[in-house]
Design a protein around this ligand. Structure first.
Ligand SMILES: [Zn+2]
Length: 120
């Protein structure tokens, strides 16, 4: 991977991270605002559902934010785009689809089929 590719992914990941952090802030303020006006028990119930839903989204966002941060760290360390399992280069095409990945498609596929077979 050359300098140009690295910069491309760095921009992409930084942009995604900013976007996620911005959306995250919106979710938090939405939750805080709706806390103030809960009198009806029915509202309360649907609020709980919404809240669980939002928490699940937050959880997923949080995990993605972590993955993006790790990918950015790998860029700084010069390890970005290298498979953590076999040490080979991950294809740029794959990285364009999943820039946070740290495994090449071969290792990922092997890992997933093992998960399926052994429930690991
Ligand atoms: Zn690999």
């Amino acid at each position: 991977m050359d300098e140009k590719d690295i910069l491309y992914f760095k921009d992409m990941l930084t942009g995604q991270l900013k976007e996620l952090l911005r959306v995250g802030d919106d979710t938090v303020s939405l939750m805080q605002n709706s806390d103030d006006r809960l009198t009806d028990p029915a509202d309360q119930a649907s609020f709980e559902t919404d809240r669980n839903f939002m928490l699940r989204i937050r959880d997923r966002e949080y995990k993605l934010i972590n993955k993006i941060r790790k990918a950015l760290e790998r860029i700084e360390d010069g390890e970005f785009g290298i498979c953590k399992t076999c040490g080979e280069d991950i294809s740029v095409e794959r990285l364009k689809v999943r820039p946070v990945t740290n495994q090449c498609i071969k290792c990922k596929t092997r890992h997933e089929s093992r998960e399926r077979i052994f429930g690991m």
